[in-house]
Design a protein around this ligand. Structure first.
Ligand SMILES: Cc1cc2nc3c(=O)[nH]c(=O)nc-3n(C[C@H](O)[C@H](O)[C@H](O)COP(=O)(O)OP(=O)(O)OC[C@H]3O[C@@H](n4cnc5c(N)ncnc54)[C@H](O)[C@@H]3O)c2cc1C
Length: 265
């Protein structure tokens, strides 16, 4: 690990100021990705701005048909929240199946979506549920937030404050796990909300999370697993690695989408 300046502000405003003053700052949330990367000397920020002291990044609340989750909420907190379980049980279940207990105790929703790992679970939930990401300076729809592999719409010094999810009338997530890491080899989140049916896939795309418009159309008038009979995705643009080839991932998208719709129903 290279030397760096450590700062622990007590508010989002102070954290933003610390980031603006740093030559190459990084905010620290649960540290599950950032710290290993620094230990391996793959990242060498000049300043690490620890968000753990920012009380305005914590808390989960439900009101007006949506649930809002502070960026520093851990996966375990989301999984155990009665507000999340009440509004969107599928989101609580998804959070409770991330990684292992140690990862869930430290990893945060803000860190997960800022990192935008192509196999992470939260990007699929955000896109399928039509979430809104609130930062220190603006609101970004999930459709505009995830811009590519480990890439997002965030500016270098921009900090996620919270994520708001509108409640869905039906929703479920099905994940085929990479058994060692428990990341998604493929994961499909389906939701039926006021804007219609949405299907979001993680783990499969070369550029990270993506929606399957053909499946969304098929589900719009008939939200049932049978409506997806014959629906498929092309292997073009899907990942091939030592764990699975692109055509296998394409097959899994169809299988998992049907399972998710059946579970949501
Ligand atoms: C063994 C293991 C298994 C895992 N399995 C899964 C899995 O099954 N599914 C899954 O989805 N994930 C999985 N993860 C990822 C994990 O759940 C975390 O979500 C992820 O590592 C990042 O979250 P973090 O809070 O630790 O962020 P950090 O590591 O602290 O930060 C990650 C990045 O996000 C930035 N960042 C953090 N917070 C903010 C913020 N509020 N605003 C702006 N930028 C921010 C940081 O600067 C950094 O660039 C796994 C991780 C490990 C180590």
């Amino acid at each position: 690990m290279y030397d760096f300046n450590y700062q622990k502000p007590s508010s989002v405003a102070d954290a933003v100021n610390a980031m603006k003053a740093a030559s190459d700052g990084k905010v620290l949330a649960g540290g599950q990705t950032l710290l290993p990367t620094m230990k391996q000397r793959l990242a060498s920020p000049s300043d690490v701005v620890d968000l753990a002291g920012c009380g305005d990044l914590s808390g989960i609340s439900a009101s007006g048909g949506s649930v809002t989750i502070g960026a520093m909420c851990t996966h375990a907190a989301v999984a155990g929240s009665s507000d999340v379980k009440g509004a969107i049980p599928a989101l609580a279940a998804m959070a409770g199946d991330i990684g292992d207990p140690a990862v869930r105790a430290r990893g945060t929703i803000g860190g997960s979506i800022a990192n935008n790992d192509p196999a992470a679970d939260y990007p699929a939930a955000c896109v399928a549920l039509g979430a809104t990401i609130k930062t220190d300076r603006r609101e970004i729809s999930a459709d505009d937030f995830f811009t590519g592999l480990f890439d997002t719409a965030l500016a270098e010094d921009e900090i996620i404050v919270s994520v708001s999810f509108p409640a869905a009338s039906k929703a479920a997530y099905e994940k085929f796990k990479q058994p060692a890491s428990r990341f998604a080899l493929v994961g499909v989140f389906v939701a039926q909300g006021s804007g219609g049916a949405r299907v979001a896939v993680t783990g499969a795309g070369e550029n990270g999370v993506f929606r399957v418009s053909a499946m969304e159309s098929a589900l719009s008038g008939n939200f049932s697993a049978g409506a997806l009979d014959g629906a498929s995705v092309s292997a073009d643009g899907l990942n091939s690695d030592i764990h699975a080839q692109a055509d296998y991932r394409a097959h899994l998208v169809g299988v998992l989408a049907k399972r998710a719709v059946a579970a949501a129903g």
